[in-house]
Ligand binder design. Sequence first.
Ligand code: ADP
Length: 274
Amino acid sequence: MANQVRELIEKLRVKPGDKVKLKASDADGDGLFKDEADTKAETLKIAAQVNELQDRLYAERQRSLLVVLQGMDTSGKDGTIRSVFNTTGPIGIAVTAFGRPSERELAHDYLWRVHAACPRRGTIGIFNRSHYEDVLVPRAHKLLPKSTIDERYGQINAFEKMLTENGTVVLKFMLHISADKQAERLQERLDEREKNWKFNPADLEDRALWEDFEEAYETLLEKCSTEEAPWYVIPADHKWVRNAAVGHIVKATLEDMDPKYPKPDWKPSDFKVV
Ligand code: ADP
């Protein structure tokens, strides 16, 4: 892996126990990448390489990759998926968007629906929102006792450790936008006809709780960034910076996994296609 990519990864990774101050942390990503046009071209190449690596992962069928995307509304979870996985074969990939839990889901523990959506061996699973909503929403909206939420951080770490010990590599990205950028993007959803469908009045309720969500994010980043399942805080005010950063980290992770095409236990020369 190129040194620059290693540096990028180290810069964005939350070390276990690190206290992140999101307000002080850069949502702009100035200086991470040089030229916008070059970076966009590089991201296209990365997407093609992610596709090649995914092909090997699929052929190997031993391990899987789970990519968790979290972030405030308009942080660009959908856009990131579209950019980084735009050429990845659909067979090897499964995107799950987690909305408010249904009655059936609420009848189970909060990890039930999440575990069921984890990627099969050989595939990449992408979570657009995740089990982290189960510590974010109740904390920011004060829906559960603090002690119940506090227990969940440990439960989540144990769950993710179990996944990694069973062949799933876990990557978690917090797409970090500023409150000003969110205001701009929400306003676009009101102003532009083609974006109206994306507007949900409930987003304004969450926006009004910006500081509470920020605090809830800081807590989960501190408590749930582990050696085996790290969190990355991705500057997301600029889409091209966000896409490039996530793309580099996904690609580097797959390269480290180094999936191999399986060797057949027969010789191709023993067969003749007639
Ligand atoms: P999006 O806003 O990501 O486009 P939706 O509007 O369908 O998607 O649903 C997202 C909403 O569901 C968000 O407000 C989110 O906080 C909420 N949500 C997701 N998971 C949970 C959960 N486990 N508990 C409570 N609310 C949740």
